[in-house]
Design a protein around this ligand. Structure first.
Ligand code: CA
Length: 233
């Protein structure tokens, strides 16, 4: 799976590097910015999944940058964890009021930060964090790229694998074709949503060969959803 991209906005180099190292060691891809202006440039060119934002920054403050992030349509829902040296309850409230998803006071343990990041991503983009999903007798392991059903190895093409993983990671939700395209063909611009239908068809056929049917529901004029877990028993 793609590593989640995390942007760190922090002017203190030691802290910036400490966070970056911990992100790297926990399978995240860190992006660094020492001020809001640089962070804004990174947001324009990279697909960022979460921001760690320091409150005290030279130039535009963290809280002002957070306001901007929330106003801009493409980043309005981007998860943000605020960092601050101030240990004041009022700042925490202010940060959360302006739409921070979580808050950590310095000094914090890197372990705690990673746990918070994972908790937020699990809520917002479960496909980015879960490494192994068990659904009935189906097990899909994104780390080792292995899928089994009743302990039998299922051979899936790379796209079908990603598709199944995505549907399972979002098992409570309907995935639109647009969202599937966005999540699977991240770097390609010209992917027709019909392409999704082709791969869904292939995936269904493979699962049917292994005795799983129905495996994926078509939700009219919306998209696709993984079938009830009982079908995978
Ligand atoms: Ca700072």
């Amino acid at each position: 799976m793609n590593k989640p991209n995390v942007l760190i906005v922090e002017d203190e180099e030691a802290i910036l590097e400490m966070i970056a190292l911990n992100l790297h060691n926990n399978n995240f891809k860190p992006y660094r910015a020492i001020n809001a202006e640089i962070a804004e440039q990174v947001l324009k060119t990279q697909k960022i999944d979460l921001i760690i934002l320091d409150w005290m920054l030279p130039g535009m403050s963290g809280i002002d940058f957070l306001k901007r992030i929330r106003i801009a349509t493409n980043t309005s829902k981007l998860p943000v964890i605020m960092l601050t040296a101030k240990d004041q309850e009022s700042d925490k409230v202010l940060g959360l009021d302006y739409g921070a998803d979580d808050y950590l006071s310095k000094p914090f343990s890197p372990k705690e930060l990673i746990a918070r990041i994972k908790a937020i991503l699990r809520r917002n983009s479960p496909d980015l964090v879960d490494e192994k999903i068990k659904y009935g007798n189906l097990i899909i392991d994104s780390e080792n790229h292995v899928t089994t059903y009743k302990d039998i190895l299922i051979k899936l093409g790379p796209t079908e694998f990603k598709l199944l993983y995505l549907l399972l990671a979002n098992r409570q939700r309907v995935m639109t074709r647009e969202r599937i395209v966005e999540k699977i063909w991240t770097n390609e611009t010209e992917v027709d949503s019909r392409t999704v239908d082709v791969h869904i068809k292939r995936l269904r056929a493979t699962l049917k060969d292994y005795g799983v049917s129905p495996s994926i529901e078509t939700i009219r004029s919306a998209g696709y959803k993984i079938s009830e877990e009982s079908y995978f028993e």
